[in-house]
Design a protein around this ligand. Structure first.
Ligand code: NAD
Length: 488
């Protein structure tokens, strides 16, 4: 059974319940995760609150020394971390390495906090009066992570919060907590003072306790839309700041002038990478015109049939398993619903997978997708390529904007004018032009809009300073007798 990390110590959970952690490529149970309690969250919060007293007084340049150390430790343990991601999540080793790299970039960017969190000063706002604004850390922040990026997602938040002088309690996904256990071993090695970074394992009880605890100042959440909404409503009604990143339904539009080979390959990779378990994964490919649709279909079908699905640690594997049997069954059900509603099945990824160990589903291609179908509305979160046709860019944009989700969308084109129109008119706030997974880098902000994001300030980027600090303004007048210091 894995342990919590509270106040600089590894402690056994007092939880009575626990869940199995699987290797999704084999289906084997590799560990157990305790389903923590409100009491444990309270203990971690108390430790973080106490640590905040000295951490907030530690100069930013000294705080970042620990992050620089952690960055080196993450580099030294890069391969082990990526292997853990593949082992507990299933994505291929190459994909896992990419996600760990993104996590390290967050730590590197947070090392620039002395510049990022500088305040403002203005002389003579009135005669002889000056004003300054400083950004001050607020206290304890909570971080809640989803299963699909075991290493990366917690790094979207805590390095910035901690660099700014806050302290944190992190709750990893109970389905993939092992990578975070390793990250915390490195946090311990980096020597962060006790109580600054804490981890409590569990599920909804820990989440609900975090959203209501009076000493938690804010919550950074990533997960599905219903839970994101719940976290937003609960935590804001308890006076907290919240940034809650939710689910998605991502559309990719292919114009007749696109570089067709690249567009089809990129759309295929976007939808099937990480077995489709990405919030930025494409889902519906909308081709403009019959000829475009035919070209995309031929290329995507060929790629889907060539896929080598297997254990993510195998170098020949192009796609790993899904996270669980339940996730696989849910996606199979969605595929069937599309067939029942009139979609045409071109490649059936359900064939030949039930005899494999683990939770595999092969790439599936469905054609004739219409906006009213269940599969066109819900997040699939699996390797299912949905092919649709539309007669104009305008009608494709209308379809995109009719979705309650608005995480990301992509246009494939060689026309600057079409690209500009698309970027300007679509609702999703992470936009790709000939890019299949437009994931903002650490120094840009990450997050969708509408039902894909609840809050005001998105993850990382310059604006995260606004989330993890409060602004204090001082207005000063000092009279005019400064000559008392004159030596005549
Ligand atoms: P999830 O909502 O099931 O779980 C997320 C977190 O919430 C976990 O830590 C879990 O323990 C907790 N949780 C689950 N049910 C809860 C409940 N009823 N009450 C309180 N807490 C609860 O999400 P998941 O399945 O782990 O992750 C996949 C989802 O996350 C997908 O919808 C995906 O699109 C989304 N996601 C979004 C982004 C983004 O940037 N918008 C990034 C990654 C994943």
């Amino acid at each position: 059974m894995i342990k919590n990390y509270i106040n600089g110590k590894w402690v056994d959970s007092i939880a009575k319940e626990s869940v199995e952690i699987h290797n999704p490529a084999t289906g084997q149970v590799i560990e157990r995760c305790p389903m923590g309690t409100a009491e444990e969250l309270a203990a971690a919060t108390a430790a973080a609150k106490e640590a905040f007293k000295t951490w907030r007084r530690t100069p930013a340049v000294d705080r970042t020394v620990y992050l620089f150390k952690l960055r080196d430790l993450l580099e030294q343990n890069f391969e082990e971390l990526a292997k853990l991601v593949t082992t507990e999540h299933g994505k291929t080793y190459i994909e896992a390495k990419g996600s760990v790299r993104r996590g390290i970039q967050m730590v590197e960017t947070a090392c620039g906090i002395p510049t990022m969190m500088m305040g403002e000063h203005f002389e003579d706002i009135a005669t002889g009066i000056d004003s300054k604004a400083v950004r001050r850390p607020m206290g304890v922040f909570g971080v809640i992570a989803p299963f699909n990026f075991p290493a990366m997602v917690p790094f979207w938040f805590w390095p910035y919060a901690v660099a700014m002088g806050n302290t944190v309690v992190i709750k990893p996904s109970e389905r993939v907590p092992l990578t975070q256990v390793k990250v915390f071993e490195l946090i311990e090695k980096a020597g962060f003072p006790k109580g600054v970074i804490n981890m409590v394992h569990g599920g909804k009880d820990v989440v609900n306790a975090m959203c209501t605890h009076p000493d938690i100042k804010g919550v950074s959440f990533v997960g599905s839309t219903p839970v994101a909404k719940h976290v937003y409503v609960t935590a804001t009604s308890h006076g907290k700041r919240v940034q809650a990143l939710g689910g998605a339904k991502n559309f990719m539009v292919v114009l007749p002038d696109a570089e067709m080979d690249k567009a089809a390959a990129t759309a295929y990779e976007s939808i099937t990478g990480c077995a489709g378990e990405r919030c930025l994964a494409g889902s519906v490919v909308v081709s403009i015109g019959k000829e475009t649709a035919k070209e995309v279909e031929d290329m995507v079908v060929r790629r889907a049939k060539e896929a080598t699905v297997g254990n993510g640690m195998d170098a020949n594997c192009s796609m790993g398993p899904m996270i669980s049997q339940a996730a696989k069954d849910r996606v199979k059900g969605l595929i069937q619903s599309a067939i029942d509603e009139g979609a045409e099945l071109l490649v059936d990824g359900r064939q030949g997978v039930d005899q494999m160990p683990g939770f595999f589903l092969k790439p599936t291609v469905l054609k004739g997708i219409k906006a009213h179908m269940k599969i066109a509305k819900e997040e699939v979160f699996g390797p299912v390529i949905l092919l649709a046709e539309s007669d104009s860019l305008d009608s494709a944009i209308e379809w995109i904007n009719s979705s309650p989700f608005a995480n990301t969308t992509t246009l494939f084109t060689t026309s600057g004018a079409a690209a500009r129109k698309f970027s300007y008119e679509v609702d999703p706030s992470m936009i790709g032009i000939n890019i299949g997974v437009p994931a903002p880098m650490a120094f840009f902000s990450f997050g969708g809009s509408k039902d894909s994001f609840f809050g005001d300030v998105k993850a990382h980027g310059k604006q995260c300073v606004n989330f993890y600090t409060d602004t204090f303004v001082t207005i000063e007048r000092w009279g005019s007798n400064a000559n008392v210091w004159s030596h005549k």
